[in-house]
Design a protein around this ligand. Structure first.
Ligand SMILES: [Zn+2]
Ligand SMILES: [Zn+2]
Length: 164
C-alpha cells in the first residue's frame, strides 16, 4: 500500500491522484471474524501543503463472514469517505499521527484504522435472524422446531395446572 511521493513533495501545492488496490492479507490484522476478503480499494487525491500531505477520498471494501447467530455466510460491503493528513516522520508530534517516510507514503495503517472503525463487532445475516436452536441445533430461519413448545416456564406451569 506504498506510494512514491517524490514528485509531489517537490512542489508546494501540487496534488496527486491516488488509486490503490489492497491485498487480502491486510484483513487478518483487523478481525479474526473475517474469513474471506473480496476487495479493498482506496481512491482519492493527496495534496502537498508545505510538506504536510492531506488526503481526501473514499475507501471501499467487502468481505465474507459468518452470521453470529446462525453461522450462515454474510457478505459485507462498505464504501465511505475518508480523509486525514500525513506529515513527515521528522515532524511527527503525536505518536498516532499518520506520517510518510522519505519519499514514500504507506497507506496501510490509515486503511486498517478506517476498516476497524467501520466493521461491526458482530455480524448478522439479518436483524431478524432467529439463530440456531440450542436444544436441537436446527437453523430456525429455515425450519421450526418443537423444542420451545415443550419447554414450559416453571412460573407458568402452575397456571397450566389450573387450566386443566
Ligand atoms: Zn443469521
Ligand atoms: Zn430445537
Amino acid at each position: 500500500m506504498r506510494v512514491d511521493i517524490s514528485a509531489l513533495l517537490k512542489v508546494n501545492g501540487r496534488s496527486m491522484d491516488i488509486e490503490i488496490d489492497g491485498n487480502p492479507e491486510m484483513f487478518d490484522k483487523v478481525s479474526s471474524d473475517i474469513q474471506k476478503f473480496n476487495k479493498l480499494h482506496l481512491k482519492g487525491v493527496l495534496v502537498n501543503s508545505a510538506g504536510i500531505l492531506s488526503f481526501k477520498g473514499n475507501l471501499s471494501f467487502s468481505y465474507n463472514t459468518g452470521c453470529g447467530r446462525c453461522l450462515s455466510e454474510v457478505e459485507q460491503d462498505y464504501t465511505f469517505d475518508v480523509e486525514d493528513v500525513f506529515c513527515s516522520e521528522a515532524s511527527l508530534k503525536e505518536e498516532d499521527d499518520y506520517f510518510y517516510t522519505g519519499k514514500e507514503l504507506d497507506f496501510s495503517k490509515f486503511i486498517l484504522d478506517n476498516i476497524a472503525l467501520a466493521i461491526p463487532l458482530k455480524h448478522l445475516c439479518s436483524e431478524h435472524c432467529k439463530g440456531i436452536c440450542p436444544e436441537c441445533g436446527k437453523d430456525l430461519n429455515k425450519e421450526e422446531c418443537s423444542c420451545k413448545d415443550e419447554y414450559i416456564d416453571p412460573r407458568l406451569s402452575k397456571l397450566k395446572d389450573l387450566l386443566k
